[in-house]
Design a protein around this ligand. Structure first.
Ligand SMILES: C[S@@+](CC[C@H](N)C(=O)[O-])C[C@H]1O[C@@H](n2cnc3c(N)ncnc32)[C@H](O)[C@@H]1O
Length: 273
């Protein structure tokens, strides 16, 4: 089981959605009251970046997951914009951006019907809504959104290139694509080629491994505690792996040169007059 969790994204594309559903079925059973509203590794900075991000007390326990969203969407305001998020998971990031960054509308999408039913009930904010759908077939007209957000999700899609083409299609000219994910070193060039194929310009890109590792270090104790409280012993090692706690292979791989964690700000060019 632990090996499956570790190498899930290297499985053949048609198998990934099946494994993903099975894994999330297990997670949903263990966390039936949805106490975790983020499914990412988080972001923290040793030099105090985001010290000025003042959170409401009930958001503080999710600070590192929130900071990843705050970092990912830096550089272009979402205020009064139409925003789509793809792969929103349990909706914690969607709720944060809708409440703190004040877009006109924020449509958050995920392939899991069950998660979207939960999110609709649990997260309320002006302009925020949730729908079920696939990243490779975005159910929207062309030129619909000012921004698309995608956090720690795309690497497991059966066809990431098709997803990038879809994002390009639904963005307005001049619109931004905020894309953040783990990428194996050997795949960085091919990901860039897939991003450039539809025509995206890369405005900013950064390897944020150090920040992700720092967040995992700071959050390891809390992650371990939740897993110990909720999971049967036979499943705990797999969950430590999934959660990337200090000492797990997932955690260690970030300190090797095998894996990067990259955040991109991309733009669909403005049409020529
Ligand atoms: C690691 S979670 C990240 C969730 C969220 N972005 C966060 O940071 O908390 C990845 C999410 O991508 C979703 N996902 C996987 N394949 C998808 C697809 N083909 N289309 C849309 N969402 C997908 C999963 O259901 C899962 O909720």
């Amino acid at each position: 089981m632990k090996k499956l969790v570790e190498h899930y994204c290297e499985m053949p594309p048609p198998i990934r959605p099946i494994l993903w559903r099975l894994w999330h079925h297990i997670l949903n059973r263990l966390d039936a009251d949805y106490s975790n509203i983020f499914l990412n590794y988080g972001y923290a900075s040793p030099n105090g970046e985001f010290k000025d991000l003042v959170l409401a007390p009930h958001d503080e326990p999710n600070r590192y997951g929130i900071q990843l969203y705050h970092h990912a969407t830096r550089g272009a305001s979402l205020q009064n914009k139409s925003v789509l998020e793809v792969g929103c998971g349990r909706g914690g990031g969607a709720s944060f951006l809708a409440r703190y960054h004040q877009p006109k509308e924020y449509i958050a999408m995920d392939i899991s019907e069950r998660l979207m039913a939960y999110c609709t009930q649990f997260h309320q904010a002006p302009g925020l809504s949730f729908i079920c759908g696939s990243a490779m077939h975005l159910p929207f007209n062309a030129d619909r959104f000012d921004a698309v957000v995608n956090i720690e999700s795309a690497r497991c899609y059966p066809d990431t290139g098709a997803f990038f083409q879809e994002v390009y299609r639904v963005l307005k000219p001049g619109g931004h694509f905020f894309f953040t994910d783990m990428i194996q070193n050997k795949d960085v060039e091919s990901v860039h080629a897939m991003l450039q194929k539809p025509g995206f310009s890369i405005l900013q890109q950064k390897d944020i491994r150090e920040n992700v590792v720092r967040a995992l270090q700071l959050d390891t104790e809390a992650r371990r505690r939740v897993i110990k409280e909720r999971a049967p012993t036979w499943l705990q090692q797999s969950l430590y792996e999934f959660a990337g706690v200090e000492g797990s292979n997932r955690f260690n791989v970030f300190s090797s040169n095998e894996m990067q964690y990259r955040s991109y700000i991309l733009q669909k060019p403005n049409k020529l007059p």
